[in-house]
Design a protein around this ligand. Structure first.
Ligand code: HEC
Length: 156
């Protein structure tokens, strides 16, 4: 469902980290806070392992988004201090589980745009990794966020 993220193929450490952040209240979401509250550490480990083994499938993004999004994704914009998304999330958006960088490729565009907007507003800023992403998002315009979200849904 476009409102909720695809979890298939997400790094298990990342899923567990986010579930714990919802449970502790560090990451706020009216739906997920309630879902995470009753989960034990063992439940979180099991759920995270389960979803990390599923395979995610890309969707078709808007062709108009490519011209804006692809250069940012692949190369960033040095003049504005924006690093390439691919430098952390990988050339196919698969992430780097060991470093705590999540998979973003093939994610629903609506969810990606919502997260980039939340990082930019400082509303999603859990720990050092959240601050890393908030710094990146702080430089993006609304149009760039929409274009990146649309582009990323087709990346895999
Ligand atoms: C310096 C490394 C780095 C760069 C560059 C980077 N990211 Fe991230 N990104 C992260 C980390 C780390 C997280 C996890 C943050 C957290 O814990 O909330 C993240 C999280 C995200 C998320 C949330 C994923 C989810 O399912 O919760 C999205 C979307 C995202 N990044 C998109 C981008 C885009 C688009 C770009 C390029 C404009 C980008 N990132 C550049 C490191 C990076």
């Amino acid at each position: 469902m476009p409102d909720w993220p695809k979890l298939a193929g997400q790094g298990s450490n990342y899923i567990a980290h986010q579930l714990k952040a919802f449970k502790s209240g560090e990451r706020k979401d009216p739906v997920m806070t309630a879902q995470a509250a009753p989960l034990s550490d063992a439940d979180i480990a099991d759920i995270s392992a389960y979803f990390s083994q599923q395979k995610s499938t890309p969707a078709a993004g808007s062709k108009d988004a490519v011209a804006v999004a692809e250069p940012l994704f692949r190369a960033g914009d040095a003049a504005r201090g924006i690093p390439a998304c691919a430098s952390c999330h990988g050339p196919k958006g698969a992430g780097n589980p060991a470093a705590g960088y999540p998979r973003i490729g093939s994610q629903h565009a609506k969810y990606t745009a919502k997260q980039l907007t939340a990082y930019r507003a400082g509303e999603r800023k859990v720990g050092p990794t959240g601050q890393m992403m908030a710094a990146v998002a702080s430089k993006l315009t609304d149009d760039e966020i929409q274009a990146l979200a649309s582009y990323i849904t087709g990346v895999q």
